[in-house]
Design a protein around this ligand. Structure first.
Ligand code: GLN
Length: 284
């Protein structure tokens, strides 16, 4: 049909014309995916001649990616915190900056004998499952308004052997909880302001679930609801950890009532952008 080296050159050009920045690298990865082989095979066998079936598969992958569908929707997975997560259009693709949230949560839990966690808007499950994978004594409840998202989280929990310690529940924010108290609440809420949606990359704007990205308002409304409602679900001395967006830390800091919360800490991501808010509730 066609040789690997020729196809890579041709496909890179198509991707590049469609605005994909690392076109050659992506073409190679998509070819490796179509051939069901590791990247090293592509390097080692430039002369390999694809079968008709492999060629058709690769062509479809290139068409999908040219349409700016995320690579992760084509491969069906994304690595996060060193673990492989299944992803689909029903869940936000895990982002590297969210590893800062996992790291901060694990740091807190390592210092404590308490380890009951609640995640609001669990999506793919990447945050809770990563925490449970590292902290073997921890248990979590994962809430999500999307049943389809919960199915993906369930699959990921099974894949990483934490199903026994992760309860999944369909719930709009905390609505379906009944009096449970947690040591930690974590969330990566939809914080993109509605007015910023148009400026996002097409992969994000057109393929990540809109409800996982934006509140449809100024980006702060769901963050505020979580901050205001969390005290009812936290035990004394418990923590709330939230991912927030660019330029939101000043607004978010002001949402914490000093009578209820102490030690509000803002943790920057690797780009130096304030990304995680960590707050501890007053305890005895
Ligand atoms: N950080 C994400 C992005 O823009 C947004 C995720 C979110 O709103 N929680 O790509």
């Amino acid at each position: 049909m066609a040789r690997i080296d020729e196809l890579i050159t041709e496909a890179s050009e198509i991707l590049r014309l469609n605005g994909i920045s690392e076109a050659r690298r992506e073409a190679k990865s998509l070819l490796a995916l179509a051939l069901n082989r590791g990247a090293s095979y592509i390097f080692a066998h430039p002369e390999y001649d694809l079968s008709e079936e492999e060629f058709v598969k690769f062509k479809i992958f290139i068409e999908r990616r040219s349409n700016r569908e995320p690579f992760q929707h084509i491969s069906g997975k994304q690595e996060f915190w060193g673990l492989d997560f299944r992803v689909s259009p029903e869940v936000l693709i895990p982002r590297p900056e969210t590893e800062n949230l996992v790291e901060a949560a694990i740091d807190v839990l390592r210092e404590s004998i308490e380890s009951e966690i609640c995640e609001v808007g669990i999506g793919s499950g990447c945050i809770s499952i990563s925490i449970l994978n590292d902290i073997k004594t921890a248990r979590a409840i994962g809430l999500d308004i999307s049943e389809d998202a919960l199915l993906i989280a369930k699959e990921n929990a099974k894949r990483h052997n934490v199903s026994q310690r992760l309860t999944l529940k369909i719930s709009d924010l905390f609505d379906e909880l009944s009096g449970e108290k947690f040591y930690m609440i974590v969330a990566n809420p939809p914080y993109v302001p509605a007015s910023n949606m148009e400026s996002l990359q097409p992969e994000v704007r057109n393929f990540d679930p809109v409800i996982a990205l934006t509140d449809g308002k100024n980006g702060l409304s769901i963050i505020e609801k979580i901050i205001k409602r969390s005290p009812a679900y936290l035990m004394e001395g418990g923590f709330l950890l939230l991912e927030i967006g660019f330029n939101q830390s000043d607004h978010v800091g002001k949402m914490f009532d000093g009578e209820i919360w102490r030690e509000i800490e803002i943790i920057p991501d690797l780009q130096g952008i304030p990304r995680i808010v960590k707050a501890q509730i007053h305890g005895t």
